[in-house]
Ligand binder design. Structure first.
Ligand code: NDP
Length: 322
């Protein structure tokens, strides 16, 4: 079968579209013929070597499609089922072997491409807004990169929980998308001092929480946006890694909380996975959560998808189709 692999760490050019053996599902695994694979920032970190993986490595870790074979001991999933999954490697491929325990069956009303687009970023937005800092009416939050993959979903979920949302975006076109997702105000953070703007929008009171996926370029000023005892939820690093932080800074800026969460710790059990995925797919199916697919590329053009994502050129989600 065809897959996208890298044999050394480096830029997008290291991604090679090549023949690899089709995986054989092992004990407890299912073989999924992929209709769509999700592109995520973590794929670029693995490709560049920022996150270590064994080489050669088939990129990707999210997808959706049809179950075409079962390994031993698999119950509750049948050949012909449509499923989506995340957190399982080797996904930029025609087929992938997935532990059945990681796969979620797709309801009617959620097509494969939408499922591949939303399972990782949707569950991320879900745990951020529902569990890490449970938003409610009366809260104001800042969502950085609000026109991005997680950003658009987080904005919508924050609104459905009754919070006021201030977003940041790199361009006016992106700001418009974020407003369309429900953001009450959007700051063009490449032109404006976003911390000063947040203080203006909150009459100097500051925010209960900042959801920061940008990292190095925003971290310091994100702290300056918070009200006393506010939460900085640093969940990504699109601009680069944040340098070490002195805990005393949190004291000086008003007894702040800092956390660096990851989806793995918020989908710990089968129950938790089914709950988060079930809510996300339910909202997609009933039309209350919009999934913006900003680009779809053939598998062979994965390198171009990575270039655009790293080049800050994308909105919403990028997909690859085998
Ligand atoms: P996005 O769609 O948000 O894409 C990244 C966006 O970040 C860009 O479009 C850009 O938006 C903004 N950005 C700001 N500075 C830079 C820069 N120097 N280079 C590139 N982009 C920049 O990506 P995702 O939603 O997929 O992911 C966002 C972050 O969240 C990533 O770091 C990812 O690893 C992380 N993540 C973490 C998870 C977790 O559980 N912890 C799960 C999922 C994602 P603009 O032009 O508007 O500034």
């Amino acid at each position: 079968m065809k897959a996208v692999r890298f044999h050394e760490f480096g830029g997008p050019e290291t991604l090679r579209f090549e023949d690899v053996p089709e995986p054989v599902p092992g004990q407890g695994e299912i073989l999924v013929r992929l209709a769509a694979c999700g592109v995520n920032f973590i794929d670029t970190y693995q490709r560049s070597g920022a996150y270590n993986v064994p080489l050669p490595h088939v990129a990707g870790q999210e997808g959706a499609g049809e179950v075409v074979a079962l390994g031993e001991g698999v119950e509750n999933v049948a050949v012909g089922d449509r499923v989506a999954y995340t957190g399982v490697g080797e996904s930029y491929a025609e087929c992938v072997a997935v532990p059945a325990a990681r796969a979620v069956r797709l309801p009617e009303g959620v097509d494969d491409a939408t499922a591949a687009a939303v399972i990782l970023q949707g569950m991320t937005a879900h745990y951020l807004a529902v569990s890490t800092f449970p938003l409610q009416e009366g809260h104001t939050c800042l969502v950085h990169a609000a026109a991005g993959g997680v950003g658009l979903l987080l904005t919508q979920i924050a609104k459905r929980r009754g919070a006021r949302v201030i977003g940041t975006a790199g361009t006016e076109a992106k700001a418009q998308l974020a407003r369309g997702a429900g953001a009450d105000a959007v700051i063009l953070y490449r032109e404006q001092d976003f911390a000063a703007e947040v203080m203006r929008h909150t009459r100097g009171e500051g925010l209960q929480v900042v959801y920061d996926s940008v990292g190095k370029d925003t971290f310091e000023r994100s702290l300056d946006c918070l009200a006393p005892r506010g939460y900085l939820v640093l969940y990504g690093q699109s601009s680069g890694r944040v340098p070490p932080v002195d805990p005393q800074t949190l004291n000086a800026k008003g007894s702040l909380f800092l956390t660096r969460p990851t989806l793995g710790s918020y989908a710990l059990t089968r129950e938790e996975l089914e709950w988060r995925a079930g809510e996300i797919f339910g909202w997609v199916a009933d039309g209350s959560l919009n999934v913006h697919i900003g680009g779809t590329f053939p598998l062979a053009e994965a390198a171009e998808a990575h270039r655009r994502l790293e080049g800050r050129e994308t909105t919403g989600k990028l997909l690859l189709t085998p």
